[in-house]
Ligand binder design. Structure first.
Ligand code: B3K
Ligand code: ZN
Length: 883
């Protein structure tokens, strides 16, 4: 193993830092292979430190130390310090008064394939410091509770690096000898080093400005490689929308005079919120109607918003330690979800978010890597940027919003900002601010932060004609997770509405408080509680867990008729959609069993009728309409099974889609033709909705394999001048038998070979195809000249799509998919441990499969574990999933 002894870090061991850094002056002389870093730190012993240790321990990895000078005049010799692979230990520093350290070291950005610290992307130098990348730049107290003021000077060749950027405001610049120039940046806000950034390269810039509520003009700049400058307009508009939204909804203004975004092609995740200088994966900046889909446009707005919102929730107020990551991530995801909902359709956004949570986060919470949103131990913190910390973290913040109401929540946020601006704090501080501002006791609620696993809520209804009451008895239970054998009871908000036989909403009068409201939030705090509604002359239909008011699994006896009724009448857009999912889900579950037992498959007429009814109504929100027509995904269905049977799931689900296409062919054809028009370049909700409903119809119809529909696909593919329509057509051509498949793939590649993000789509579509030749195709794609293990987007497009979006072939019973993944993880780990460890994910769910597959998956996991020089990242994921 690369790290001989991977150490576990525990939350319970947290101690304040022994030293604090007040100011940092950095000087970089930039070079691809030999960048010189000079760092001048002003330090002092932390008066709050309890430790008797007096040595100064600075973190540092892969650094070539040149020299260290204490207090400007004392050059340290090797007797004064000690270097380990991860640190620099200075034995003796002043204890009673502040002191300075000047440290000179050298780094090699070109050799940095892990893309953490300072690295090279298409000739451009850029940084990624969260969580612990700054220690790969220079020796430092690399922990978020050490906050300092940074001044940064960049020196570089004028031709190679005409643009030199860092955090804050540009305060000085000039020319140097040897065709070099320099720029000095000063960030007036104290920050932890994980928010440091620098960028140097040949970049074009799109400029604009935003005037804040208080009348300050902020310069906005988006930097990209020259050939991408025509793809920045949407990102810029998104940024302005986000700035205005944060002022309106949270009363938060931006604080510097300049906000910069740089797009880079090589990036381990989506984007990074560095103070005043966000660095983004190109995927979340670049968009032009012919290169990006409607979903890409929406994701860009969401991620631009997310990073912008971090300026208050993350940067101004940051995390005390990395266990508190959800403090900034959960809250900021909640903020970006609400922003996106306000910008487009709240109903659609909520459904998309819940869909992702229930398929992917619930799986994480039920697997060997389950952890609370505030984990209590880690080996490699990069492994904890998870769906749990982010998405479940956002659900926990959303529950606070539900429990306190919009106004109460806003008061709590104001209190949090006022109390903690400029500090590094904990999740507990956030909840305390909510309590203080609202006079509420949230002690039981706090358990959501420390307890892993998805609670199951079971509801039993009891209607009494004589008393005209409906009693809902609700139980909560949470299964053990690794390291947490016994679970505590949670405080769970459950939003409920009642419908009469005609589908009208009726007042929800609880026995103890008859408010007459059409919706109530039940507070479940015990293992079992009964809530009684009164004044009900006939048995109502209860709509429970509206808007998915808590991240739980709801179980309840529901007839297909009742679900069909809710699908027709529920006024809660989430539960209306959910009723449809349950209805189809129940039927598919039955068909899976039929298929496993070799019985013929039959689709009950109630499903066809329900779809007919949805199709016959007129819908204003066409994106919502298209979600009502979409079946539960294979991944979601897998989540519902004790032992996952990918073949039976695929077969049963496809049977339902195909039968619906046969039975509803005229309606679907009409829907396609009615919504097929040329409105490329239009990104209003109407145009997006028409494209969605049209392409959902085409996808149903493509299952029929008839020539007419094949021609529609080919024609749409050939004539589309927006990427949404072109890629949707290509997906149908690739996913079902089509005579022009090879021709279209070749044409597409030739047309788009210069556009990396579009070529990622070309790779991803082929890797996720259900056609029988998918595995052979994927193997050949990894040998394609445009495939590159060093480019995370490409790795995700090919290996990620095959292993995460093609269960049918990844889980082939001969085990070839598993071996393929292990081979690539082992190769990738040498270059980029962070991405390698993410890619390993699909193998970790081995316990969910039949014994044959379990063995095959385990064998590959063990191979990964035993490969020489495995990283800490991959070791943690592999070893924990084998435990
Ligand atoms: N804060 C960064 C994520 C950094 C991940 C480091 N492995 C992006 C975000 O959540 O906004
Ligand atoms: Zn974030």
């Amino acid at each position: 193993m690369r790290d001989a002894n991977p150490q576990t870090i525990y939350l319970k061991d947290y101690q304040v830092p022994d030293y604090l850094i007040h100011t940092v002056e950095l000087n970089f002389t930039l070079d691809e292979r030999r960048t010189q870093v000079v760092s001048r730190l002003s330090l002092a012993r932390n008066p709050n430190s309890q430790s008797s240790e007096t040595a100064l321990v600075l973190a540092g990895e892969n650094l070539k130390l040149i020299r260290i000078v204490l207090n400007d005049d004392q050059e340290l010799t090797e007797a004064d310090y000690h270097i380990t692979p991860e640190s620099l230990i200075i034995h003796d520093v002043p204890q009673q008064r502040p002191f300075t350290l000047n440290i000179e070291n050298e780094i090699n950005p070109k050799a940095n394939t892990a893309l953490e610290g300072l690295y090279l992307s298409n000739g451009m130098l850029c940084t990624q410091c969260e969580a612990e990348g700054f220690r790969k730049i220079t020796y430092f107290l690399d922990r978020p509770d050490v906050m300092a003021k940074f001044t940064t000077t960049l020196v570089g060749d004028k031709d190679r690096y005409p643009i030199l950027l860092s955090n804050g405001n540009l305060i000085a610049q000039g020319d140097d000898d040897n065709n070099r120039h320099w720029v000095t940046w000063e960030d007036p806000f104290s920050k932890p080093c994980y928010l440091f950034a620098l960028v140097a390269g040949q970049l074009e810039c799109l400029e604009d400005s935003f005037t804040t509520l208080s009348g300050r003009k902020v310069g906005l700049q988006i930097f990209v490689e020259q050939h991408d400058i025509d793809k920045c307009g949407h990102a810029m508009q998104s940024l302005k929308n986000a700035m205005a939204w944060d002022e309106q909804v949270y009363g938060r203004e931006y604080d510097l005079d300049l906000y910069m975004i740089v797009a880079v092609s090589h990036f381990n995740m989506g984007a990074m919120e560095n103070k005043g200088l966000n660095i983004f994966n190109t995927k979340f900046v670049l968009a032009r109607p012919d290169t990006a889909t409607d979903s890409d446009y929406e994701h860009i707005e969401g991620v631009i918003g997310h990073e912008y919102f971090h300026n208050w929730t993350g940067n101004r107020i940051t995390c005390r330690d990395w266990f508190q990551l959800s403090l900034k991530e959960g809250f900021t995801v909640f903020r970006d979800q609400e922003f996106s909902g306000d910008r487009s359709s709240k109903a659609v956004k909520r459904i998309e978010d819940v869909n992702m949570l229930r398929t992917r986060q619930f799986a994480e919470d039920a697997g060997p890597l389950a952890h609370p949103i505030r984990p209590d131990a880690y080996i490699e913190i990069n492994n904890f940027y998870t769906l749990t910390v982010y998405e479940k973290g956002a659900e926990v913040v959303r529950m606070l919003h539900t429990l306190l109401g919009s106004e109460g929540f806003r008061k709590g946020c104001d209190c949090y900002f006022q109390r903690h601006d400029g500090q590094a704090v904990t999740c507990d501080d956030f909840v305390s601010a909510m309590e203080a501002a609202n006079g509420r006791d949230l002690n039981q609620f706090r358990r959501w932060y420390s307890q892993a696993g998805t609670p199951v809520i079971h509801v039993i209804e009891n209607y009494r004609t004589d008393e005209k009451t409906l009693a809902l008895t609700i139980k909560q239970h949470c299964a053990p997770t690794p390291g947490q054998p016994a679970k505590e009871l949670l405080h769970i908000p459950i939003t409920v509405g009642l419908l009469d036989k005609q589908g009208n909403a009726i007042p929800c009068n609880l026995q103890e408080s008859a408010t007459g409201n059409y919706e109530v939030i039940l507070q479940l705090t015990a293992a079992e509680q009964t809530f009684t509604f009164t004044g009900l002359a006939e048995k109502p239909v209860a709509s429970i867990l509206r808007n998915f008011s808590a991240p739980v699994k709801l179980t309840m006896e529901r007839s297909l008729d009742e679900l069909a009724f809710l699908l027709s009448y529920d006024s809660d857009t989430f539960n209306r959609w959910e009723a449809g999912q349950q209805l189809v889900g129940q039927v598919i579950t039955g068909l899976i069993v039929d298929s496993q037992q070799g019985r013929p498959l039959n689709l009950p007429p109630i499903i066809i009728d329900a779809f007919k009814r949805v199709l016959s109504q007129s819908w204003e929100d066409l994106s919502y309409f298209s979600l009502l027509l979409s079946l539960p995904s294979e991944g979601y269905l897998a989540e519902q099974m004790q032992v996952v049977d990918v073949e039976a799931i695929h077969k049963a689900r496809e049977f339902v889609v195909r039968t619906l296409a046969e039975q509803l062919q005229p309606e679907l054809e009409a829907l396609y033709l009615d919504n097929h028009r040329d409105e490329s370049g239009q990104f209003d909700a109407g145009a997006i909705g028409r494209r969605r409903i049209k392409n959902v119809s085409l996808s149903f119809l493509s299952r029929l394999g008839n020539e007419k529909v094949q021609q529609w696909s080919t024609q749409q593919f050939n004539t589309a001048n927006n990427m949404t329509d072109q890629i949707a057509a290509l997906a149908n051509i690739v996913n079902y038998p089509h005579p022009a498949k090879q021709e279209c793939l070749t044409l597409f590649y030739q047309k788009w070979q210069q556009e990396a993000l579009v070529i990622d789509k070309w790779f991803a579509i082929q890797a996720s195809s259900p056609m029988p030749d998918a595995f052979a195709t994927v193997v050949s794609l990894t040998a394609h000249p445009a495939f590159d293990l060093g480019t995370p987007n490409r790795v995700r497009a090919v290996i990620g799509s095959f292993t995460q979006a093609n269960s049918l072939h990844f889980h082939a019973v001969n085990g070839q998919g598993y071996e393929f993944l292990a081979n690539h993880v082992i190769a990738l780990d040498i270059l980029n441990p962070q991405v390698a460890s993410r890619m390993l994910g699909p193998l970790t769910s081995w316990r969910r499969f039949d014994p044959t597959r379990q063995n095959l998956m385990k064998t590959q996991l063990e191979r990964v574990m035993n490969s020489p020089s495995i990283s800490r990242d991959v070791y943690e994921v592999a070893s924990k999933s084998l435990m």
